[in-house]
Design a protein around this ligand. Structure first.
Ligand code: NAD
Length: 476
């Protein structure tokens, strides 16, 4: 398979460059993509082009903007991007097809929103007067995205930003320029005017920082690590820009005594080892009540054996490699630290082959173990014990994060109590913590999210627009 030179896209012009080389994580000899290591001047040019193009784009009727998103969905469907996504990011072909499908559906959803974008009509206290609200675009928007969903996350930010009438500068993750390219090229081919979308590749420290600090960028939407997200949040707030940061998680799955243990283990494995555990909503800790704990650890260890890592393009692979050497080093160091702090390795523990890391089950952890508190972002599930549902809820909420949480139980009352008490943005009952519907608001609380605006669903447009109230009077 051939290497692709991924260009920057600025003011409708493409320019290739060297700097970032991306190799297939399942086959390190295969160079998949080369992208430029741009400087701050590229961001400056992209923001200038965006500021020039934005008023014309906003002046187009929303259904006409939507038509471009709908056409882009069809073009993306015809590109068969899933195999490239596997070669670049490492997930399995089934997972990659699901992600590409998600990006297509997101474009369709927000394309159709072009027919629905509107405000409210409200009664006025004055005679012969009508009040209505308008949604105004924020202007130029900066989007900074991670590598773990390299098509779907840019799509779920770009689509609401564009339908809202904004011009966008996208900075994709360094590790996944090709996947982002499939999406952005589809938008350009669908007829997006020059300058409405620019793409600048490069490092977070240079390109990301320049985008965050540019005062012409009215709003920044970021998805990535908590450490970087908090820094971006502060920087944008300092200059009174609008900011949305969606960050890490330490998502808990509670398994109660009344749960079906085999089913709970399948749910935990799908949420913990699926996507190689590299999902912000991954079930990275499981909290069991005493009657089910030992059976659950044994059942999860059995499930782990099914998720033997392999090339995502091979038939039957349930779990792909870890994304990079650096990520592998972080994960193996976290496992070592967990055992040094008292955890037992109940499954996994073998030395990785290349970037193929066996799924790991840790048990016997205290709540103070670092593996019970900090995100690992790999196929590692830590199993803890709780005395009962109340104790489990306390452990779930004793976390700096608050993204997703799940519970396995046959009791509707327990499920409802849990749904009300868990301090997280997403609750799943008898379902993996991973996997979201695109029409449902998504985000977290605590150190997982800025927790102001939600992504996904129709409400996602709120971040990219502001509300204006118009009083319309006439003489009767
Ligand atoms: P990361 O924070 O390292 O990088 C994310 C993006 O930010 C990249 O494009 C990177 O280049 C850029 N960046 C890095 N430093 C920057 C800086 N100083 N200024 C501006 N931009 C900068 O995260 P990652 O490793 O790519 O992604 C993994 C993380 O993303 C995990 O913590 C995961 O939980 C999180 N994530 C969260 C969600 C969510 O919706 N909450 C979804 C997916 C991933």
């Amino acid at each position: 398979m051939s290497t692709v030179q991924i260009p920057n896209l600025i003011a409708g012009e493409e320019a290739v460059g060297d700097g970032f080389e991306r190799y297939n994580p399942a086959d390190p000899a295969e160079l998949v993509a080369v992208a430029p290591a741009s400087g701050a001047e590229a961001v400056d040019a992209a923001v200038t082009a965006a500021a020039e193009a934005q008023p014309g784009w906003a002046a187009l009727p929303a259904p006409a903007r939507g038509a471009i998103l709908l056409d882009a969905a069809e073009i993306l469907r015809g590109r068969h991007a899933a195999r490239d996504l596997v070669r670049e990011e490492g997930k399995t072909l089934t997972e990659a097809r699901g992600e590409v499908r998600r990006a297509i559906d997101v474009l369709r959803f927000f394309g159709a929103e072009g027919w629905r974008l509107g405000g409210q009509v409200l009664p006025s206290s004055l005679p012969d007067t009508m009040v209505h609200t308008r949604r105004e675009p924020v202007g130029v928007v900066g989007l900074i995205t991670p590598w773990n969903f390299p098509i779907a996350i840019p799509a779920w930010k770009l689509a609401p930003a564009l339908i809202g009438g904004n011009a966008v500068v996208l900075k994709p993750a360094e590790l996944t320029p090709l996947s982002a390219r499939h999406l952005t090229e589809a938008l350009v081919q669908a007829g997006l005017p020059a300058g409405v979308l620019s793409v600048v590749h490069g490092s977070g420290a240079v390109v990301g920082e320049a985008l965050v600090r540019d005062p012409r960028v009215a709003a920044v939407s970021f998805t990535g690590s908590t450490q970087v997200g908090m820094r971006i949040e502060r920087a944008v707030q300092e200059r009174r820009g609008r900011v949305q940061v969606e960050m890490g998680g330490k998502n808990a799955l509670v398994v109660l005594d009344d749960a079906d243990v085999e089913q709970a283990a399948r749910i935990a494995a799908a949420g913990g080892f699926g996507l190689t555990g590299q999902a912000c909503t991954a079930s990275s800790r499981v909290i069991c009540t005493p009657g089910v704990h030992d059976d659950f650890v044994a059942a999860l260890a059995k499930e782990a054996a099914r998720y033997r890592p392999g090339n995502g393009l091979a038939d039957g692979t349930l779990m792909g490699p870890v994304v990079s050497e650096q990520q592998l080093g972080t994960i193996t160091a976290a496992i070592e630290r967990a055992t040094a702090e008292g955890a037992t390795v109940a499954a996994g523990g073998e030395a990785p082959e290349g970037l193929m890391l066996a799924p790991t089950v840790l048990s016997g952890l205290s709540q103070e173990n670092t593996a019970a508190r900090e995100e690992i972002f790999g196929p590692v599930v830590a199993v803890l014990s709780a005395a009962d549902l109340d104790d489990a809820i306390n452990l779930v909420n004793d976390s700096r994060y608050g993204l997703a949480a799940g519970i396995c139980t046959r009791s509707l009352a327990a499920a409802q109590r849990f749904a009300a008490a868990a301090r997280v943005g997403v609750v799943k009952v008898n379902r993996p913590t991973t996997g979201l519907d695109l029409n449902v608001p998504f985000g977290g609380v605590g150190d997982s999210s800025s927790n102001t605006f939600r992504e996904q669903g129709a409400v996602a447009v709120d971040f990219y627009t502001w509300s204006k109230s118009v009083y319309l009077g006439w003489e009767g």
